[in-house]
Design a protein around this ligand. Sequence first.
Ligand code: ATP
Length: 373
Amino acid sequence: MQHETQAQAAEMPRSEALDILTLKGIEHRYGRHRAVAGIDLSVRQGEVVCLLGPSGCGKTTLLRVVAGLEVLQAGDIALQGRSLGTPHVPPEQRNVGLAFQEAALFPHLSVLENVTFGLKALPSRQRRERALALLAQLGMDGHAASYPHTLSGGQQQRVALARALAPQPGLMLLDEPFSSLDARLRDRIRDDTLHVLKQQGAGGLLVTHDPEEAMFMADRIALMRDGHIVQTGTPRQLYCHPVDPFVVTFFGAVNELSGEVREGRVATAVGEVAAPGLTEGERAQVLVRPEALSVEALDEPQADHHSHILMAKLLGRTSLLHICAHGLGRESHLHARVPGVFLPEPGQPVALRLDPSQVFVFPAGAGAPHGEA
Ligand code: ATP
């Protein structure tokens, strides 16, 4: 129902004057292997953009090209209006901060010395003040005199982030900096990092393969596949107006149904859904997010819809219901995800309703989905 053309789902026109980083037509090869191609992307001052995508899609390559760790092969890069391509500008002259999965602190320097390392141009008092302020923002001011080997992985990562942010770079480049941390620590460090980035007003380009992390951190997401950007937009644009099945399924498993278009609609076991943009008689795939289904327990089965529960599992904040859906002469096994604890017994008759904003209809064969619910 929410099938929109790429043009409709595209971003609003952006003024290039506000962009801190612009990439145009970037292509990068390792020998004969083309890792990225046709990359157009921008980051504005104060904006966090996430490069999101499955393993091997080219996220790190793109970040390394921006950082200057790879020499630009094709296309244009401009940072704060300055072209970085030819001649090659080395990473330390790009006014970028780098943070990677591993903290890589200087082992022989204290936490404070690590953070002040890149601030040699400042008077020593100012250096110290800035470093301590950043360490405080990242919850590490109590460890200023400690050495890296005495810190946990999460603490080291906080220091590494403070060190990268201390010179107040125009752009922070972050490559999965939270991925080696356990879930609770990751949430906290992510949150602190986002606040520091926003407070500093730097632009940020963050690589992640985790859609939830991208939605948490990003003002805009560029979703990549096979070296290309499939869709760029706000988290809401990608989640609610995906341009193809890959985008839908990258943000979570879905129910996959199919049918033929009749009078602009496709009949499914949970009712008819609109198929705008598809032609009469065309085969369609209908992708239904598990949260698009609302489920009501019934005393008696409905006359024309004999849907019932097969299994119910508590997942914590939500319950996952396996449902045998009957309707319009069709039967489907569906997964519904409902808030809170709702665990009907197997065999319980239910009525199903669809939230059309989380149902997506595409021509059959329009890009391989990433996974089923
Ligand atoms: P991951 O999330 O697993 O880190 P990614 O999306 O960051 O993946 P890249 O690391 O950029 O992807 O890799 C893109 C492609 O380029 C992959 O096919 C990879 O095997 C290849 N590649 C990356 N680095 C090199 C290299 N130094 N030499 C040859 N091929 C490489």
